[in-house]
Design a protein around this ligand. Sequence first.
Ligand code: ZN
Length: 226
Amino acid sequence: MKFTPVKTPIVAKKLFPNYTWDIATTEKELYLTFDDGPTPEITNWALDTLKSYDAKATFFCIGKNVEEHPMIFQNIIKNGHRIGNHTQNHIKGWSTKTTDYLKEVDDAQFAINATYNSFQNNYDSKFKNPKSSIIKPFRPPYGQITPHQGKQLIANGYDIIMWDVLSFDWELDVSEEKCFENVVSKSRPGSIVVFHDSVKASKNMMYALPKVLDFFSGKGFVFKAI
Ligand SMILES: [Zn+2]
C-alpha cells in the first residue's frame, strides 16, 4: 500500500468509469466514508463526532462485524447514515475466485439486511432508506477487485464505490497531522474520502476527523451520505 496515492489519479478513474470515484457536483459537499466497522468504542465515537457537526456519512460494514455488533450497526442507521457492503470477512479480490468473492458479498448483504430488518420496528420512517433495496453500495477491501468481479457485482445491483482521497488513517507510520493534511489538501467538492472505524486506524482517525469536520464546516461545506 506504500505506493497507493492519497489522491486517486484521473487515469485510474478513466480506466474504471463504471466505478464511483467521486460525486459530480460544484456544491460544497464532501462524502466521508468509514470502512471496517462496526467496532466497539470506535464507531459510536465517530457517530457522536459526526452528529456534533450535523454531518452524514457512509459506513462500509464488514458482515461479520455487523453480526457481532448489531446494536452499533443500529446506531449507524438511527443517526441517518448510509450503510455499504465491505464483504463478510474483509477478503482480497485479486486472490479470490469470482464465485467465492460474490458469495462473500452476498453473505455480507444478508447480514446487513437481516440485522436491518430485525430492527425495522425501532426505526422512525425517516431512518428507512428506500434506496438501500435498489442500489447497494459496495467497497472492495484494499481496493482489490478484478474487472470480472466488478462486472458481476454491478449486474447484481451493486454500486462500486471507490474513493477520491485516502486519509491513510490505518497506516501506523503516518502521523495524526499528516492524516489530517492528506484530507484537507486533496479534498474538493464531491470528493469521497476514506476513513476507518477500526481499532488500528483509531489513533489517526480520532485526531483527524474532528479537525476535518471543523475545517470544511468553516468553509461552508456540508457532509453527505452517498
Ligand atoms: Zn476495509
